[in-house]
Design a protein around this ligand. Structure first.
Ligand code: ADP
Ligand code: MG
Length: 686
């Protein structure tokens, strides 16, 4: 085997120019090249008789050219090339466009193998722009062909050749996984997997190759994460909170009864808090499941044990809402809360900072402003981040660094199946609130087309006349360059239309992310106070806002949103005592859209929706990838490979429990694998 770090330009048939094109695909070394996996495969191995081919079928035929190439020039650059071929069963007409050189490649009377899509018109079989080989060669046909992601300046056949030559140059690849694992999980050798993933003999070989490489990728990931987690657990000394501070003091004073799920989560948190090891816990719960009150009660324990608490919220609106709620519930115990948000005046901010630093404030609730360097705590002991998926992993650690190993509670309303949570939050313990408070209203959901607009508008008016309020959410802010833009209504446009025409007798306001924070706040405040009937907005209202009087959520171009996001939006209504409705307006309707909308109308369980979303869209889409700190995979697909992921997770736990640093002889290769993965990905995944 040669050095895989060799520059890609030295691979036969690549050279400096093609190397530049490959660089654009992220391929710099021989190793990058051979680990550039196909995104798909085309089966060109099946050879059919011409007479047996169905209309629209893609397949190979072996046939003799019974005519010369008929070349017709259409102007200087355009041309049509035609050929008639014949096998024992029938004839077929072949057409190419703008490939005059084919005239020199095909000879009358010779036999060739063609691959392409055959159509049947008036009983005549036709093949358009097929690829072909002379029979002895299997360059483009006669086998399973890998399909690679491309850029505009490199051809599929170039990249195939480069990878073929790369594999030849690399020689037999050394094994990278311990033998005991290969045997136990019935995995094929690395060298074979790498060859078969690119140029599989058949689909069975492909499946085995893929399984092997997915296994490698997931195992190194999981081992690395588990190691991080155990390291955290071992070394750090955190705060032991006072056993004599009882959460039940607050619980018994609440105007409502906590759900069983809330109580059991609080029990877990209480235990964590009394331990010396810092808590690192993810709290998952559907919209409206009552996560905030859980955080409040935990904060009470921290404050009464003598520590300060920081609550990090993703938006100003939400920070303010939390501040009000915290003061309402915790104020009576003499606990002092303070807000810290982006839009404060310099003076307000200075005063707040002083109070935080000298300990006059117990609980600080803020947005990103909390992360700034000039925010210093006297005694930060407990950190809560709300709606974690909005914060990068780095931000989480920068607030944690303001305390001395504080306890951390991360709250999210994005339901993540447990297996995935282990990958995404591998370093956290997980609690789940899987139950809604009993008073929660089911939100009646409808998916409708534009045609029903007049009726919907009437319905909106009726609801408002009854005293309710309505949200309307649009996917875009302004006119855009999007080719689909004419079909999409922006919040601004729609707002104007409502104000001036359809709802001119009602109070309509627009809210979107590009407005000044202060303006946004003002509008939200007025909506909360019932001074606005219809709030037309972008997804800025998606997260956590509570307006119990709002009973109607209308979503424009619902097909543009992910299901998890639609579910979040829907969670904005049904928070009060009133019957509530969510109307999903869709444009166009292919089967996928219909299927997705049907899920929304049929279930209001966030976990079910998340799983379906994942199933329909694949994991990449679901998480919006990078920004959420999700590790990127070269070949694994978290949804498709769920079974392998489960296998890998239990194996990884077993290995780590016996050999945390992968020092045993049998695990040496694993150590290399993990190191390699985590030198480049560490920042993303910690
Ligand atoms: P989320 O989990 O979406 O953040 P919140 O914490 O905002 O949900 O809770 C939504 C609303 O439900 C709040 O007004 C809260 O006071 C209320 N609530 C929370 N727990 C309960 C409960 N056990 N019974 C009744 N209402 C509750
Ligand atoms: Mg919330």
């Amino acid at each position: 085997m040669i050095d895989l770090k060799k520059e890609v330009q030295y691979v036969k048939g690549v050279g400096p120019a093609r190397a530049r094109s490959l660089n654009k695909l992220g391929i710099y070394t021989l190793e990058d090249l051979i680990t550039y996996y196909p995104r798909d495969y085309e089966d060109r191995s099946i050879i059919k008789n011409i007479a047996d081919v169905q209309d629209g079928e893609k397949c190979s035929i072996e046939a003799v050219a019974v005519s010369n190439i008929n070349l017709r020039m259409l102007g200087r650059y355009k041309s049509i090339e035609k050929l008639i071929v014949k096998d024992e069963t029938d004839t077929c007409m072949i057409t190419w466009f703008n490939q005059p050189y084919i005239k020199t490649q095909i000879k009358r009377g010779e036999k060739y193998r063609f691959f392409g899509k055959i159509t049947i018109k008036n009983g005549v079989r036709e093949l358009n722009s097929p690829v072909f080989d002379i029979i002895e060669k299997n360059n483009n046909t006669g086998k399973i062909i890998p399909v690679y992601p491309l850029t505009y300046d490199i051809r599929a056949s170039d990249i195939r050749k480069a990878i073929q030559n790369g594999l030849t140059l690399a020689g037999k690849l050394n094994e990278i996984m311990p033998e005991y694992i290969l045997n136990k999980y019935n995995l094929i050798e690395y060298n074979e997997a790498m060859n078969q993933i690119h140029f599989p003999n058949d689909f069975e070989s492909f499946r085995k190759a893929r399984k092997r490489l997915v296994f490698d990728e997931l195992l190194s990931m999981q081992l690395g994460l588990l190691r991080l987690k155990s390291e955290n657990e071992k070394e750090i000394k955190g705060i032991k909170y006072d056993r004599n501070v009882n959460m039940s003091d607050v619980i018994n004073d609440l105007p409502f009864k906590l759900t069983k799920a809330q109580l059991s989560v609080l029990e877990e948190i209480d235990k964590d808090m009394e331990k010396e090891k810092p808590m690192n816990r993810l709290l998952q719960g559907d919209v409206g499941s009552g996560k905030t009150i859980v955080a409040m009660i935990a904060a009470y324990k921290a404050v009464k044990s003598g520590y300060q608490v920081a609550i990090l919220a993703p938006t100003m609106i939400l920070a303010k809402q939390h501040l009000t709620n915290f003061e309402k519930i915790l104020g009576k115990y003499g606990i002092k809360c303070e807000g810290l948000v982006g839009g404060m005046t310099a003076k307000q901010k200075r005063l707040a900072l002083e109070k935080i630093e000298n300990g006059e404030v117990d609980i600080v609730i803020g947005t990103h402003a909390l992360l700034e360097e000039n925010v210093t705590f006297k005694n930060l002991g407990f950190v809560v981040t709300d709606e974690q998926h909005r914060f990068g992993v780095k931000q989480r650690s920068s607030i944690i660094a303001k305390g001395k190993n504080p306890d951390v509670l991360v709250m999210t309303a994005t339901p993540i199946p447990r297996t995935l949570a282990l990958i995404l939050y591998g370093d956290l313990d997980i609690s789940i609130i899987d139950e809604l408070p009993p008073n929660r209203k089911h939100v009646e959901t409808f998916a409708v087309s534009r045609k029903l607009e007049p009726r919907i508008n009437e319905f909106v008016k009726k609801e408002i006349d009854k005293g309710r309020q309505c949200y309307v959410v649009c996917p875009l802010v302004e006119e855009s360059d999007d080719p689909d833009a004419p079909k999409l209504k922006s919040a601004v446009e729609l707002g104007e239309e409502y104000k001036n025409e359809i709802f001119k007798d009602y109070k309509v306001e627009v809210l979107h992310g590009k407005m000044k924070a202060k303006e946004k706040d003002e509008i939200m405040e007025r909506f909360k106070n019932g001074e606005i009937d219809i709030l037309v907005s972008t997804t800025v209202i998606e997260v956590g806002v509570d307006v119990p009087n709002a009973s109607l959520m209308i979503i424009e171009n619902a097909e543009r949103f992910g299901l998890a996001q639609l579910h979040q939006l829907r969670g904005r209504v049904g928070r009060g005592e009133y019957e509530s409705y969510c109307i999903l307006k869709c444009n166009g309707g292919n089967d996928l859209i219909r299927e997705r909308m049907e899920i929304m109308t049929k279930t209001d369980n966030g976990f079910v929706i998340a799983e379906k979303d994942l199933e329909l869209r694949g994991s990449g889409d679901f998480f919006g990838t990078k920004q959420h700190g999700i590790p990127e995979f070269k070949i694994a697909n978290l949804f498709q490979d769920m079974e392998t992921l489960k296998e890998v997770q239990s194996l990884a736990m077993q290995i780590i429990s016996q050999d945390l640093y992968l020092e045993k002889e049998e695990n040496k290769l694993l150590n290399i694998l993990v190191k390699k993965r985590f030198t480049t990905k560490a920042e993303l995944t910690i």
